[in-house]
Design a protein around this ligand. Structure first.
Ligand code: HXC
Length: 257
């Protein structure tokens, strides 16, 4: 593997990407950013990959952007290098992604989890945007995605005080889809990913694109967008297979195109 800070494994049509900087609790330095983004874009180009699971360690999904790396930077360093801009490319990946979060998901770690499509948490997960305690603010979309996920009340409190949320609060607030016991997290995430990867890949991509559109546009435009994609799926063999399998009372075998 060309990567030093992440581990990559393939399990059938599912790819597992594990953050692997244990000594720094998976702090997201520029190398981690570049490797996660490059690896995910690679997987995105591979039609044999139907879903990507992103995870960390039991103790930390990621304890944030790398504070030691950022500490000496000045405004022009940050501006001219467009610090963190590569993370935006993760949000443009078309293959569905699942974040499996155990332990700390703070600052950039919480933002990275929110860049994924499905967010599963272990009962040990801790979420927060504590940047304010370091004299900075979120920089990978946290103030925007957390607010859209949990609403202004909680997002504002978390961003202004640095308070963290446990898994139960995160689920109640709508940040994560489900909480599972720590020992079952990875298995459950892989099972969810395997389910997604068994669907038609282009149709799953369109479903993802359609849900994501809800964050970008008005209801009328969003429904129009959905309707166009809904019509478009009738151009796939997988639509015929899925509906035929139902009428024949059997499981569909999608060809993913
Ligand atoms: C760099 C980090 C780090 C980080 C942990 N480490 N988080 N290094 N950047 N974000 C390092 C520690 O320095 C330490 O290295 C090692 O990982 C283990 O961490 P400890 O603190 O010893 O572990 P523990 O006592 O268990 O505490 C865990 C923790 C704490 C509560 C998660 O590490 C912590 O508060 N981390 C920072 C969390 C945070 O503020 N995240 C937001 C970052 S800002 P050594 O070498 O000392 O053993 C951010 C901003 C995004 O994400 C955009 C803003 C511009």
């Amino acid at each position: 593997s060309p990567y030093e800070t992440i581990l990559l494994e393939r399990k059938g049509r599912v790819a597992l990407l594990t953050l692997n900087r244990p000594k720094a609790l998976n702090a997201l330095n520029l190398q981690v950013m570049n490797e996660v983004v490059a690896a995910t874009e690679d997987l995105d180009r591979d039609p044999e990959v139907g879903c990507v699971v992103l995870t960390g360690s039991a103790k930390a999904f990621a304890a944030g952007a790398d504070i030691k790396e950022m500490c000496p930077q000045g405004y022009l360093d940050m501006y001219l290098s467009d610090w963190f801009a590569a993370w935006d490319r993760l949000g443009r990946v078309r293959t569905p992604t699942v974040a499996a979060v155990s332990g700390y998901a703070l600052g950039g770690g919480c933002e990275l989890a929110m860049l994924c499509d499905i967010l599963l948490a272990s009962d040990t997960a801790v979420f927060g945007q504590p940047e304010i305690k370091l004299g900075v603010i979120p920089g990978i979309g946290g103030s925007q995605r957390l607010t859209r996920a949990v609403g202004k009340a909680k997002a504002m409190e978390l961003c202004l005080t640095g308070r963290t949320m446990d898994a139960v609060e995160a689920e109640r607030a709508g940040l994560v889809s489900r909480v599972v016991p720590a020992g079952e997290l990875l298995g459950e995430a892989l099972a969810v990913a395997d389910t997604v990867a068994g669907m038609s890949l282009p149709v799953a991509m369109m479903a993802k694109e359609s849900v994501d559109r809800a964050f970008e546009t008005t209801l009328t435009e969003g429904v129009r967008f959905e309707r166009r994609l809904f019509h478009a799926v009738f151009a796939t063999e997988d639509q015929k297979e899925g509906m035929t399998a139902f009428t024949e009372k059997r499981e569909p075998r999608f060809r993913h195109r």
